[in-house]
Design a protein around this ligand. Structure first.
Ligand SMILES: NC(=O)c1ccc[n+]([C@@H]2O[C@H](COP(=O)([O-])OP(=O)(O)OC[C@H]3O[C@@H](n4cnc5c(N)ncnc54)[C@H](O)[C@@H]3O)[C@@H](O)[C@H]2O)c1
Length: 308
């Protein structure tokens, strides 16, 4: 029996990772802070009752280790983190959760004899020039985690796969700098105007695809190193995103700025496929259409409210 612990499971990617686990018949233990059930309700609906939902803080190392043992965890997917705006507002807590929290997850795995972990790094680990000189503390901490994972492999033989997502979009993406394209999709579904405060080329990845990729990486226990990959997606400028929204919601009024975010635009995304096998990602236009249809339904059921 496969039982996967997902930390940060109430986040956007966490909800989609749980979706993939349930769809494939795996056991799922979701660990997150109290509150904030809305993304799980949105993405999982009635299937939420098939998840073991635990309230906990990854900074409580002893409780985390106890959870891994007591729940019979066989695999770990570590997603819990403070994203850029929260990390900027609370740098000490950000460093604790994003860096020490990751060490705690590796320690809990070590204590339970779990030999492999998948975890979330970020495109923010790079500078726009594709050097490892991040422009945010958040990016510095993600890079630190990649180092932590490398040392746990060297010292303790725990292998790992990190993914560096870029712009994740889809149901449940309502927080973080790059959530604006998804908020624009919600606004379009609600018939409201919206302004995306950035532009330029970026790689777009649907939450459904990224959640499933993370699960595949968590289950890849035959892995023998500490690796970090840039997952594939659709490289698109903001104009193309706005056009896709317009196609799915004719008459929508989404505008955008020209200012690019401080991320690279050209980098390798082939290595992940070489490591875990064939990958199919949803094309941007199909993902936007699915998201807007999902938001229309969620608005009707009052599972989401239009952006303020
Ligand atoms: N969404 C993106 O576009 C994107 C891009 C790059 C990297 N990432 C990374 O992927 C991961 C998941 O992203 P997301 O979009 O789902 O983020 P999110 O903000 O939606 O979810 C993060 C979750 O972590 C939880 N969390 C925070 N502190 C915790 C703690 N101390 N203990 C337990 N849980 C805690 C939060 O409550 C939240 O539910 C994060 O590590 C993020 O940095 C996301």
């Amino acid at each position: 029996m496969t039982t996967v612990l997902v930390t940060g499971a109430k986040g956007c990617i966490g909800a989609w990772a749980l979706r993939a686990l349930l769809d494939d018949g795996h056991g799922a233990v979701a660990l997150d802070l109290p509150g904030n059930m809305h993304r799980l309700q949105l993405v999982l609906g009635d299937d939420l009752n098939r998840v073991t939902l635990l309230e906990g803080d990854i900074l409580d190392a002893a409780a985390l280790a106890e959870t891994v043992q007591a729940q019979g965890i066989t695999h770990i997917l570590h997603l819990a983190a403070l994203q850029v705006p929260a990390a900027r507002a609370h740098p000490t807590r950000g460093a604790q959760v994003n860096v020490v929290g990751t060490v705690n997850v590796f320690e809990a795995a070590r204590a339970a004899g779990i030999r492999h972990i998948a975890y979330a790094s970020s495109i923010a680990a790079y500078s726009p020039e594709l050097t490892f000189e991040p422009r945010t503390l958040y990016g510095v901490w993600k890079l630190a985690n990649e180092g932590t994972a490398r040392i746990y492999h060297l010292d303790h033989g725990i292998s790992s796969i990190a993914l560096r997502p870029y712009v994740v979009y889809g149901l449940g993406r309502d927080f973080g700098v790059t959530s604006a394209p998804t908020v624009a999709m919600l606004a379009a579904a609600a018939g409201q105007p919206y302004h995306i405060p950035f532009g330029g080329d970026m790689l777009y990845q649907s939450g459904r695809d990224i959640g499933r990729l993370f699960v595949r990486c968590a289950l890849a226990t035959q892995f023998d190193r500490a690796a970090v990959y840039n997952p594939p997606g659709t490289l698109a400028d903001t104009r193309r995103v706005v056009e896709a929204i317009e196609r799915a919601a004719p008459g929508s009024a989404v505008t955008y700025d020209d200012t690019a975010l401080p991320f690279p635009t050209h980098f390798d995304t082939d290595e992940l496929e070489e490591a875990i096998g064939s990958i199919t990602m949803t094309p941007l236009e199909a993902g936007v259409a699915e998201t807007i249809a999902g938001f229309r339904e969620a608005l009707e059921k009052r599972l989401v409210t239009p952006p303020q």
